[in-house]
Write a protein that binds this ligand. Structure first.
Ligand code: 5GP
Ligand code: ZN
Length: 117
């Protein structure tokens, strides 16, 4: 599995950097965001290092679908599937991407306003 040593989310996926991991399988890891913006704030990442949605993802379609399936699983497990939750993927600077390893934010447990800031 491709791993970038300097990438903090590759390190989380490899259990080299501590994180509150709530789910993992051979393709992905779900863990708590270190600075939660809502009572439920998880990050779902592929084990494979993908920088962002700007990468060429033609060979990763099944993986991307798998990540969304795990989002739904985690929303149920966290008890926000009924009340509602938001999934966010920030891409590049103006959207606020700070970690360049693809991650899906799963936010819930409070009212989430729209449009986001
Ligand atoms: P982005 O701004 O790239 O969309 O989201 C990056 C997210 O990763 C932020 O919400 C930030 O709080 C979280 N984060 C950054 N470093 C760490 C870390 O070392 N551990 C965990 N669990 N979350 C992190
Ligand atoms: Zn990485």
């Amino acid at each position: 599995m491709m791993k970038i040593n300097a990438c903090i989310f590759c390190q989380v996926a490899a259990h080299e950097k501590p994180a509150k991991i709530l789910y993992e399988d051979e393709h992905c890891v779900a863990f708590q965001d270190i600075h939660p913006k809502a009572p439920v704030h998880l990050l779902i990442i592929p084990r494979k290092h993908i920088s962002s949605l700007n990468d060429n993802l033609d060979d990763d379609r099944a993986l991307l679908g798998h990540l969304l399936a795990v989002v739904g699983l985690m929303a149920k497990e966290q008890g926000v599937d009924g009340t509602g939750y938001r999934t966010v993927i920030n891409t590049n600077a103006e959207a606020g991407q700070t970690v360049f390893h693809l991650h899906i934010h799963l936010l819930g447990g409070r009212i989430l306003h729209w449009p986001p800031g």
